[in-house]
Structures are given as structure tokens and as C-alpha cells.
Design a protein around this ligand. Structure first.
Ligand code: SF4
Length: 342
């Protein structure tokens, strides 16, 4: 019932034109998959944002993983999507073709467990993601306390700097519910006080329709707002235990976002106390500044500046089978969502 009412509110919306940034790649895919885009009137525009962890990981990080695998002989453990993301000269899948050991795991703890069972191998877990996934990497570090053959290559990121960088690209944010289950809603409330509106959304059709309906209804009133439309999971205080765990093991650092550049203090790295688990230090990796295919417009897609189909490679040269950029590789990427459902 609530779902139908929300859908009707959206279909009948006749207020001022509004751009809503789906920060999270899972939201982009779910909105497409549930057919929600099809019912929106022309006055409501959905734009993609920088919330797909694989998409925002820069080419230089892939170059680091390839170096660890091929030059240092490490076993790379990673979530599946990263394997096919192109680096400057190759992806991890290409490196595997040259003999690199690359294992797909479903959790950082699986990588630590593999390291425990294979003491003859140096195992590196690729720690990418946002506030939601970083705690699991920290748990893996604690689990690996007795191991000297396990380390992380960190590229974890935090959302507040991204919100700040994107605040002028949209009229309001559709905030990612899973991130704010950890961080709480303080940052969203602060942004609303500064004039940046948004709603926190869950992932079912009902939750997404409700969040979008609340967003346009409040937007029409003309005052900045924040509404938590995912209260069954997102609490104002978030998860203090998860934040304490991360703070104990990691600290903020500057971080490069694909197509956006370096955002100050938007990344997470291991504290000095945990340096022996830091693959960059352990293997003395030099700084790597990767290059992406210059025709790929992932950077603009991730900032809502263009749609995937505005890219001349979309669906022709670049497809999920033969991806040119990260946004087509990832199961959360905007380009793959437009290709699959658009
Ligand atoms: S369609 Fe492919 S090449 Fe174009 S922006 Fe998306 S990922 Fe990059």
C-alpha cells in the first residue's frame, strides 16, 4: 500500500525539476532492476554518484596489485569485481594469464584463513570499499595477528569528503543506507544545516520508492532537509563498536578517487602499529600514478556529469564482456546498470 502511494506521488510530481544523486551503486542497480526509473516523470532526474567502491578505485591501485602479483610473487586475494578492472597496462585477470596467483574471496577473513593454511605464500588482501567494508578488513588484521605472510593493500574510502565534493552536482543525495548504518546520520544532518538536502534509503522497492517520494515532497517545499527513510537499519548513532574497531587499526589519509582526483582525508590506511600488515610498506612499493583509457568517461559518470550512454564507447567497444572502464566491470557500476537495464 505504502509502495503504491509512493509510486503515485512520484508519477504525479509536478514541482520544480530535481536532480537526485544515487550515491550508491547498489541503489543505481536496484532502481533500474525494480523498474523505478520507468515511472519517474521528466522533472525527476536520477544521476550516478561516487558510491561504487570498485569504480572509484584508481588505475594506480590496479598497477600496485599487478606489481605485487608479478614482481613480488604475492598471492592476491580480492573480491571478484576488481579482477577485471583495467590498470595502466593490464588487469589482474591479464596478470593471472602471465602466471599471477589471484584468488577471489568473499570476505577479508577468508584471505587470512588462506594465509594461515599456506605459510609458504605471501598473501595480500585488496582492502577496498567504504565504511561498510573497512571493519571486516580490520577484523582480518586482528585474526592474522600470528601470521607474517598476510597483509592488506588498502584503498578504503570514507564518504563525507565525497559528499562535499559532489554537493554542487546535485539537488539532493540518496544516501547509502549501509554506509550510514556504520557512520550514523550526523554527517547528513550537518549537510542539511549547510543547505545540502538528502534522504537515507534502504534497498527494497518499497524502501526506494518511499525514500524518493519523501525526497521530492520535501524538495518541493524549498527548505533544506534530511530524512532517515531507513530507520530499521540506520540509527542516529550508527555503529560505535564498528567505528572503534576501525579507529584502533586504521587512520584517515588522503586518497585518490577515479576521475575525481585526490580528496584530502578521504581514505583509510593502517596505523604505524600495524605496519607489518601494510603491503605497501612490506614490499616497498613506489608510488604508482596509473593512467586510464583517455576515451573512458568513468570520472564524469561517477560525478553525475554525464550518463554512461554519453560515452562514445558505451555498448560498442565497452561492454560487460569486454569492459574498458571500471564502471562497466563492477556489479555496482553505473555503466553496467545502463547496459543491463537501460
Ligand atoms: S561505457 Fe565504458 S568506457 Fe565509457 S565511461 Fe563507462 S566504463 Fe568507461
Amino acid at each position: 500500500m505504502a509502495e503504491m502511494k509512493a509510486a503515485q506521488i512520484l508519477q504525479k510530481y509536478d514541482g520544480p525539476p530535481v536532480r537526485i544523486m544515487e550515491v550508491c551503486g547498489t541503489h543505481t542497480h536496484e532502481i533500474f532492476r525494480q523498474g523505478i526509473r520507468r515511472i519517474l516523470p521528466a522533472k525527476i532526474t536520477l544521476i550516478s554518484g561516487p558510491g561504487c567502491p570498485v569504480c572509484v578505485t584508481p588505475a594506480g591501485f590496479i598497477d600496485e596489485t599487478v606489481s605485487l602479483a608479478l614482481e613480488h610473487g604475492c598471492t592476491i586475494c580480492t573480491f571478484g569485481d576488481l579482477v577485471r578492472v583495467p590498470g595502466t597496462s593490464m588487469s589482474l585477470a591479464d596478470a593471472r594469464g602471465q602466471g599471477a596467483k589471484v584468488r577471489v574471496v568473499y570476505a577479508p577473513a577468508d584471505a587470512a584463513e588462506y594465509a594461515a593454511g599456506h605459510p609458504e605464500e605471501q598473501v595480500v588482501f585488496l582492502s577496498v570499499g567504504f565504511e561498510t567494508t573497512t571493519p571486516a578488513s580490520c577484523i582480518a588484521v586482528e585474526k592474522a595477528a600470528a601470521l607474517d605472510n598476510f597483509s592488506l593493500l588498502t584503498a578504503g574510502k570514507t564518504m563525507p569528503a565525497a559528499y562535499d565534493a559532489m554537493r554542487h552536482s546535485t539537488d539532493l543525495f540518496l544516501y547509502p543506507g549501509h554506509v550510514h548504518a556504520i557512520t550514523g546520520t550526523g554527517i547528513c544532518e550537518k549537510l542539511a544545516e549547510e543547505g545540502v538536502s538528502g534522504v537515507c534509503a534502504g534497498f527494497t522497492a518499497s524502501e526506494l520508492l518511499t525514500a524518493l517520494a519523501v525526497a521530492v515532497t520535501r524538495f518541493e517545499k524549498g527548505e533544506p532537509f534530511f530524512v532517515n527513510c531507513y530507520p530499521r537499519v540506520v540509527k542516529r548513532e550508527g555503529s560505535p563498536a564498528a567505528r572503534r574497531l576501525v579507529e584502533r587499526i586504521m587512520e584517515p589519509c588522503d586518497s585518490e578517487w577515479r576521475g575525481i582526483g585526490v580528496l584530502p582525508m578521504s581514505g583509510m590506511k593502517l596505523r604505524d602499529k600495524y605496519a607489518r600488515y601494510d603491503a605497501r610498506r612490506k614490499f616497498s612499493l613506489p608510488p604508482m600514478h596509473g593512467r586510464s583509457n583517455p576515451a573512458c568517461r568513468c570520472g564524469e559518470v561517477l560525478q553525475g556529469k554525464c550518463l554512461p550512454r554519453d560515452c562514445s564507447l558505451f555498448g560498442k567497444v565497452c561492454t560487460p564482456e569486454h569492459p574498458v572502464g571500471a564502471c562497466m566491470v563492477s556489479g555496482e557500476g553505473a555503466c553496467s546498470a545502463f547496459y543491463l537495464y537501460g
